[in-house]
Design a protein around this ligand. Structure first.
Ligand SMILES: [Zn+2]
Length: 123
C-alpha cells in the first residue's frame, strides 16, 4: 500500500536540495571567511553569516540556500557571491542601518523644503 511515490520522491528531492544548498553555502562561507566576519573579525558559526552586496546596483539575486544547490554548474552564484561581503548578522544589520542613515541625511539635504515625511522604524 504505497501511496503516491511521485510526491514522496519530490519531497525527498526537495529535502536533498535544501541540505545540499545549505551545505554548499556553508562550505563557501567557511572557505572564504575562515569563520571570521569580514567587518568585525569575530568568529561565528557559518549559519550566522549573511551575504551583503557591497553595491546594491550590481545585485542580480539574493543568495538564499536554493541558489547554492546547483553551485557546481551554476557559476553565476559564485560570481554573485564575489560581489558580497560576508558579515555576521549583527554587522549586516548595522551596515544597513548606516546605509539608511546616509540615505536619510542625503534626502534631508536635498529636500529641505518637504518635511511631511515621517518614517516609522520597526525592528
Ligand atoms: Zn561582524
Amino acid at each position: 500500500m504505497r501511496m503516491n511515490s511521485k510526491k514522496e520522491k519530490r519531497r525527498e528531492w526537495n529535502r536533498w536540495g535544501r541540505e545540499r544548498g545549505l551545505k554548499n553555502r556553508k562550505e563557501y562561507i567557511e572557505e572564504r571567511t575562515k569563520h571570521c566576519c569580514e567587518r568585525c573579525g569575530n568568529k561565528y558559526h557559518p549559519d550566522v553569516f549573511d551575504f551583503h552586496h557591497r553595491d546594491p546596483t550590481t545585485k542580480k539575486f539574493n543568495l538564499g540556500f536554493h541558489r547554492w544547490r546547483k553551485i557546481v554548474t551554476d557559476k553565476e552564484t559564485l560570481k554573485e557571491a564575489d560581489k558580497c561581503d560576508i558579515l555576521c548578522a549583527n554587522c549586516h544589520r548595522e551596515v544597513h542601518l548606516e546605509m539608511k542613515r546616509d540615505e536619510d541625511s542625503i534626502r534631508h539635504r536635498s529636500q529641505r523644503t518637504t518635511t511631511n515625511e515621517s518614517v516609522v522604524h520597526s525592528s
